[in-house]
Design a protein around this ligand. Structure first.
Ligand SMILES: *Cc1c(COP(=O)(O)O)cnc(C)c1O
Length: 424
């Protein structure tokens, strides 16, 4: 709906579902069930996406080829394992708005972050700082601090944290840009969550990239909460690198193989320092087994190991669904679904909670972060008992995401009913 005319009735929710062209995709996923046998209201796709029903057959194909072919599967499997990771390249590139040579699916998010920082965080005495957001996801904080220390610098002097204004929860563009303007010359790397995991705020990645590059900084994004959630145009926005995981909005399964973007401008920079492995070695001569490393061009040149086929198979199932549904349609539904959740929450006019996620649609993805200063954890547990799966982040945040691939308007309606009942 371009002009939103939400109504707070169950009939409205059911009617929206009846008219939703994406509603059929819900049946492509397994929806967990509560103890009562009823389908859960699963609002945790920001943490672990649901299993596509087709994942099993993708996986079984590889198990079958392994059983029947052994090592020959590398070349003679139905989907030969040697180039298997490339089966994900075009869809991944389309999803993040990149050229195929700019993306690769490999490792896990934090590993990719380290690999990228090894190449792109090159601190000097004048320019050694890393700019992150305050309260960045812990793994990112640990990775960044350890990289700073690894290079012989001190996180106290080299880590700068963007902090919301007093009394606010989200960052303001002008504050981000003025900090880059003031301190940019000492910043080696800007590394921010494209969508913040705690608040759900989506940053203006294009503008931040421009501001950082004007000051000569490397600009990078952690897209764990952005990939498969909000539209991305990485090539055009131009960050130097980006990393994301595939088990949240991308439904690739627990611990699934992650994604990595390296901008084209770095694709031919063979001299960049990097931690090398044989799968990043020039493919044509990889099996000559020579002693010297010659990296492949593009993002694939950062690969280390031969890819985990069994972890990639379910991701292929999910990416096929993404391609079929189309990110544009998914985003349109997502905006509407999250808007509807916010509308219903506001209707409750309760002072017991507040939504900290920005209200503008361009400033958020599917997730709403609901601040519950009192007894929030208990409320979260109570909701889990009645089949509502969201998650709790200390000290006071309840995170819920209505995911357009498998959540319905009726899910959102029933969630707000139960949430309101749990608040008492
Ligand atoms: C989920 C998430 C991670 C998880 O890292 P893994 O290496 O996949 O365990 C890291 N950073 C952010 C911002 C996340 O949201």
């Amino acid at each position: 709906m371009s002009v939103r005319q939400y109504q707070p009735t169950e009939d409205f929710a059911l009617d929206m579902d009846a008219r939703d062209p994406l509603a059929k995709f819900r049946d492509r996923f397994f929806i967990p069930r509560a103890k009562s046998g009823e389908e859960c209201i699963y609002l945790c796709g920001h943490s672990l996406g649901l299993q596509p029903q087709s994942a099993k057959s993708y996986l079984e194909q590889e198990l079958l080829d392994w059983a029947q072919l052994g090592v020959e599967g590398h070349f003679h499997a139905k989907n030969p394992w040697m180039p298997y990771h490339r089966l994900l390249t075009d869809q991944t590139a389309a999803l993040v708005g990149a050229k195929p040579a700019e993306v690769v699916v490999m490792n896990s998010l934090t590993v990719n972050l380290h690999l990228m920082m090894t190449s792109f965080y090159r601190p000097t005495a004048q320019r050694h700082k890393v700019l992150v957001e305050r309260g960045a996801f812990p793994s990112d904080q640990y990775a960044v601090k350890s990289q700073i220390q690894f290079h012989g610098f001190d996180p106290h002097a080299s880590l700068i944290e963007l902090t919301p204004r007093e009394g606010e929860f989200c960052l303001r563009d002008e504050n981000i840009e003025s900090l880059i303007e003031r301190q940019g010359e000492s910043i080696a790397l800007i590394l921010l969550g494209g969508v913040n995991y705690a608040t759900g705020q989506a940053l203006d990645m294009a503008e931040i990239t421009k501001a950082g590059h004007r000051k000569g900084c490397i600009v990078a994004f952690d897209l764990a909460h952005a990939a498969g959630n909000v539209p991305l145009h990485l090539h055009d926005w131009g960050p130097d690198f980006a990393v994301w995981c595939s088990y949240k909005y991308l439904n690739g399964g627990p611990g699934c193989v992650a994604g990595c973007f390296v901008h084209e401008r770095h694709s031919q920079q063979m001299h960049l320092p990097r931690l090398a492995g044989w799968w990043g070695h020039e493919e044509k001569i990889r099996f000559q087994m020579g002693p010297d490393f010659h990296p492949m061009t593009g993002a694939e040149g950062w690969q280390l190991s031969n890819p985990p086929i069994l972890a990639m198979a379910p991701l292929r199932a999910s990416m096929a669904i993404f391609s079929e549904a189309g990110m544009e349609c998914l985003r349109a539904k997502s905006v509407d679904l999250t808007g509807y959740m916010e509308f219903l929450l506001k209707e409750k006019k309760s002072h017991k909670f507040s939504v900290v996620t920005p209200a503008e649609e361009g400033r958020r993805g599917a997730q709403l972060s609901i601040r519950l200063p009192k007894q929030g954890h208990a409320i979260c547990d109570e909701l889990a008992g009645v089949g509502v799966i969201g998650d709790w982040r200390e000290p006071d945040t309840y995170r819920v995401a209505a995911v357009p691939l498998y959540n319905s308007y009726h899910d959102v309606y029933r969630f707000v009913q139960r949430f309101s009942a749990a608040l008492g």
